[in-house]
Ligand binder design. Structure first.
Ligand SMILES: NC(=O)c1ccc[n+]([C@@H]2O[C@H](COP(=O)([O-])OP(=O)(O)OC[C@H]3O[C@@H](n4cnc5c(N)ncnc54)[C@H](O)[C@@H]3O)[C@@H](O)[C@H]2O)c1
Length: 437
């Protein structure tokens, strides 16, 4: 279903003779689930990635993305609906090219669009009349028109006349079994009305609801608004959790109580800090762009400050728990960090606050191990996931609350538990060896 009224122009000019209906550049957390929904709808999809190992594995039907397991991917590959390549030349044989590439921050926390730029150059060299190009990577308003469009037009082809260009933000929530790419409404904003209409029609062939907006800039900012909304609200509850610790109030009880209000309140929970590719990174894309307009995005900066301080605050909570519970200092204590993925029930460790916390604990002289059923090894820290033996440590710090863990058992066997996720629930509230955020 396409919501609202879209352009009156013709939809699409591409001949229906291309080998691939859709090519997706970037076979990662966004690209692979997207390939799956198009293939499920009977569309022929080509995944394009620079890592040959990833390409080879995908072509064997093996998946590195938990949301698209091998048993789902393999039949799609076998039936010729999904294929992968490292060869950009094959883009010529696709009707539409979707870009799902990383958009990180530089060490100075400024937008780093180098990956998108390089890919756009690679696409421009293969662009042909009739192509539809859609950028899906999260980025600041203006990227599609000011960065991608000029690169594509170096081909000599003109947008609206020879090819179509749009922005459509990916909203995938890894690990969410209810809301997946197919049933999360897709926002689409094209450079021209015809671009919007063509992109909307493509997505409507595979995704339940498509919501067109009037420009790429509106679509780009929509995604940032969603992520900034989360970052600011998480910062709010993180700040209040710290106040509640001083006031001796159980903040989790307060959140549960406030959540009974059927309107005007949305539940957010405190935690050890932000993680993942999106929420810690994306808001600063807008901060950077806003400066061009002499504008300071103070909510974003303040939320970043509060959230980035959380691993430091969590280290101090562990220190206090060891002092009071065992009369021990952090130095020399054995600590098990339970859960290191950035969120529950997935294995993604990008920007995970657990990594920062482990580094801080090590700096303070603690002997740190971790257990995570989804993460076998932390290469950067040189650690393998240890057995879950809570009694073998001075303190178990619950950083990510994977649902497969028996937290009652952890509370029963551990000497001291510090619970940053309220995973221990009722047991944690009544047990004297549990400290909660
Ligand atoms: N992961 C999420 O939950 C999520 C959710 C919504 C939006 N996004 C946004 O989507 C975009 C992509 O994120 P992701 O999580 O899928 O990234 P990812 O790191 O999982 O995947 C990116 C893939 O692109 C490949 N790649 C790198 N350079 C390439 C190039 N020049 N040509 C072809 N392939 C190349 C990499 O090898 C990798 O496989 C980002 O802008 C991100 O902010 C991510």
């Amino acid at each position: 279903m396409i919501e609202g009224v879209i352009g009156k122009d013709e939809i699409g000019t591409a001949a229906r003779t291309a080998t691939w209906d859709v090519a997706i550049v970037g076979a990662g957390y966004v690209g692979v689930p997207l390939a799956r929904v198009f293939a499920d709808a009977g569309r022929r999809v080509l995944l394009v990635d620079v890592v040959q190992q990833t390409v080879d594995a995908l072509n064997r039907g093996e998946s590195h993305i938990e949301d698209v397991p091998a048993e789902v991917l393999e039949p799609l590959v076998r039936n010729g609906l999904v294929s992968a390549t490292a060869n950009y030349d094959l883009l010529r044989d696709a009707d539409a090219i979707l870009i799902a590439l990383p958009t990180p921050l530089s060490p100075q926390r400024e937008p780093d669009l180098s990956i998108v730029r390089i890919a756009a150059e690679g696409i421009a060299a293969r662009l042909r009349a009739g192509h539809l190009v859609v950028l899906e990577s999260t980025t600041y308003p203006g990227t599609t028109r000011e960065v991608v469009l000029p690169i594509l037009e170096r081909s000599g082809l003109r947008v609206g006349r020879d090819f179509n260009l749009a922005f459509s933000p990916e909203r995938v929530d890894p690990g969410n079994t209810h809301y997946q790419t197919r049933n999360v409404p897709k926002i689409v904003g094209g450079v021209t009305e015809a671009c919007t209409a063509r992109a909307a029609a493509l997505y409507a062939s595979a995704i339940e609801t498509v919501h067109p907006v009037s420009s790429p800039e509106a679509a780009e900012l929509t995604k940032l608004l969603e992520n900034i909304f989360r970052s600011v609200n998480i910062a709010l509850v993180n700040e209040l959790a710290q106040l509640c610790e001083r006031m001796g109030i159980d903040f989790w009880e307060v959140i549960d109580a406030a959540s009974t209000k059927p309107f005007g309140f949305m539940r957010f929970e405190p935690g050890p800090g932000l993680g993942g590719h999106c929420i810690p990174v994306d808001p600063f894309y807008l901060t950077w762009k806003a400066r061009e307009y002499g504008f300071y995005t103070e909510f974003i900066e303040l939320a970043g400050k509060v959230n980035e301080n959380m691993p430091y605050y969590c280290r101090s909570l562990i220190s206090q728990a060891l002092n009071h519970g065992l009369e021990r200092s952090l130095k020399g204590s054995r600590i098990l960090v339970l859960g290191v993925a950035y969120k529950a029930d997935i294995g993604d460790i990008r920007e995970s606050p657990a990594l920062k916390l482990i580094e801080l604990l090590r700096k303070a002289g603690a002997d740190v191990s971790f257990h995570d059923p989804h993460v076998p090894r932390l290469e950067r820290l040189g650690l393998d996931s240890a057995e879950l033996d809570p009694g073998a440590y001075d303190c178990v710090a619950i950083v990510t609350a994977h649902s497969s863990i028996d937290y009652r058992d952890v509370v029963d066997r551990a000497r001291v538990v510090v619970d940053f996720r309220n995973a221990t629930g009722e047991a944690g509230t009544i047990s004297p060896n549990v400290w909660k955020l």
